[in-house]
Design a protein around this ligand. Structure first.
Ligand code: NDP
Length: 500
């Protein structure tokens, strides 16, 4: 049944002021799931004003950290109690399997909230000191103001957690714009945030196209910071849009992770790791292992085991616990993946598996499913090697020397996730240190923890999600200096007027 959803502004459910909506599709069936408001500029202004007032009137920033922390702990409990309902909603909206949604995204996101609930009581700065011997210097960390959160469709709720929660933990207020394909869990989240005790206006959610609604938000004069996860091209646009009023920007953009396997690695572990890391969330993951670099001595053996393992992946109804791979998020993403597979074929890569849509029974025959796809015999300059495909497509490469694999791995514009598989600790560290990626896993690929930063090098952007580093991004550092001399004419005044 189609649901009419509403935006969440200043603690009220609101339609778009001109009544316009778009259709949100269930990607597993192609059916309309919800009608979603397209915010007008007036609606954007209303949401920013609500966030601005909640900040400027000191409503939220003045809550002591202990109070904010208590509310966030309560929020984590509310989400935990509703996780089944929310994960089901996420799966219907995004297409990811219920296993991934319920057991991974929601479990991890709840832990992320608990982490930020703890760390917000532990603001850090350099110690107070009389650095010049004449006055005391003190560091204060203060919230920045109104934060615009623009999130993608691959992990809709988890990305909302990563952006909204550290922002409000630090005392900021937020206007969130979820991706148009997947707005539902973010709207529900905002309501629960308020139920946990966050005052009205602190978190607002507006919906509609990035190109208009997102642009109005990121160019708004009363927004102080823009945080974004998504495509590198969109990230560049957002930097430009935010530059006019010199907003602080945090960007987590594309990825093209190398997965490097040496000939002394535990081959079975590497094969299983590659299968999970390449096809997680249908490959719609910026850390997904997309380029497998295999030492020439294990190249053939790895491929034959990998093909066997990948064949066991079960595609279909994402709401079933025995499904491993759901649909891609949208028809346009499916067509995008098909376009890249065609590039691969045209450029002479060898298709080893997949390369087509699966045949599924009703109602999934109308969904946006795609088979796990593996290309061998690739060249480093092919589009499928260089560009982010964001689908279940991997390329397989062979190498013989350490220096060679480091160079090839680094030769992309992105720098987010990467992994090295070997039993040789020296080799592992040599490669890990040389990789220009924000995350290097050794003998695993994907694990994230709340305490450690997630973010990229190069054109993956800058700024970190998760960890204390992320929390710090949402604060301004202020230096306060207190004169201790009590002198009217200070010793240094002569440099401006009079004599020494
Ligand atoms: P985008 O990066 O364009 O979308 C991410 C978010 O940005 C969405 O909320 C989108 O809104 C919004 N947005 C788009 N344009 C603007 C703008 N000018 N100003 C402000 N906000 C904007 O991703 P796409 O959905 O277009 O996907 C295209 C490709 O991006 C994928 O094929 C994939 O390669 C990559 N991608 C990477 C992600 C990552 O985590 N690294 C995540 C998602 C996509 P709306 O949804 O309304 O367009």
């Amino acid at each position: 049944m189609t649901k009419n959803v509403k935006m969440w502004i200043n603690s009220k459910e609101v339609d778009s002021s001109d009544g316009k909506t778009y259709e949100d599709i269930n990607p597993a069936t192609g059916e309309v799931l919800a009608k979603v408001p397209i915010a007008t500029v007036n609606d954007v202004n209303m949401a920013v004003k609500a966030a601005r007032d909640a900040f400027d009137k000191g409503i939220w920033p003045k809550f002591p950290p202990a109070e904010r922390s208590k509310i966030l702990w309560r929020l984590a409990e509310l989400i935990a109690a509703e996780a089944d309902r929310l994960a089901t909603l996420e799966t219907a909206d995004q297409g990811k399997t219920i296993k991934l949604s319920r057991d991974s995204d929601f479990e991890f996101g709840i832990d992320n909230i608990r982490f930020f609930a703890s760390i917000c009581r532990n603001l850090e700065g350099k110690s107070a000191c009389e650095y010049n011997g004449l006055g005391t210097s003190i560091i204060r960390r203060e919230p920045i103001g109104v934060v615009a959160s623009i999130t993608p469709w691959n992990y809709p709720w988890m990305m909302a957690v990563w952006k909204i929660i550290p922002a409000i933990a630090a005392g900021n207020t937020v206007v969130a714009k979820p991706a148009s394909y997947t707005p539902l869990s973010t709207i529900e989240f905002a309501k629960l945030i308020e139920r946990a005790g966050v005052p009205a206006g602190v978190v607002n959610v507006i919906t509609g196209p990035g190109k208009s609604v997102g642009k109005a938000l990121t160019t708004h004069k009363d927004v102080d910071m823009v945080v974004f996860t998504g495509d590198t091209i969109t990230g560049r646009r957002i930097m430009e849009q935010s530059s006019k009023s010199v907003k602080r920007v945090q960007l987590e953009l594309g990825g093209k992770a190398p997965f490097i396997v040496f000939d002394d690695a535990d081959l079975e572990a590497a094969v299983k790791g590659a299968t999970a890391a390449a096809f997680v969330n249908g490959g719609q993951d910026c850390t997904a292992a997309t380029r497998l670099y295999l030492h020439e001595n294990i190249y053939d053996k790895f491929i034959s085991q990998f093909l066997n393992e990948v064949e066991s992946i079960r595609i279909g109804d994402p709401t079933s616990r025995s499904t491993d791979l759901g649909p891609l998020v949208s028809k346009s993403q499916l067509e995008n993946v098909e376009k890249y597979v065609q590039y691969g074929l045209d450029e002479g890569a060898k298709l080893l598996a997949g390369g087509r849509r699966p045949k599924l029974d009703k109602p999934f025959n109308n969904g946006y499913f795609y088979m796990p796809t593996i290309f061998g015999e690739v060249k480093e300059d092919m589009k499928i090697v260089k560009e982010e495909i964001f689908g279940p497509v991997v390329t397989i490469h062979s190498f013989s020397e350490i220096e060679e694999v480091i160079e090839k791995s680094n030769d992309v514009i992105y720098g987010l996730g990467s992994s090295v598989w070997t039993k040789d600790i020296n080799k592992a560290f040599k490669v890990a240190n040389a990789l220009r990626f924000g995350e290097v896993w050794i003998n695993d690929h994907l694990p994230l923890v709340s305490e450690m930063p997630h973010g990229g090098f190069k054109q993956t952007g800058f700024g970190k999600d998760l960890s204390a580093y992320s929390f710090d991004e949402y604060t301004e550092i202020k230096h306060i200096y207190v004169d201790l001399t009590g002198e009217r004419r200070k010793g240094w005044h002569y440099t401006i007027y009079g004599d020494n």
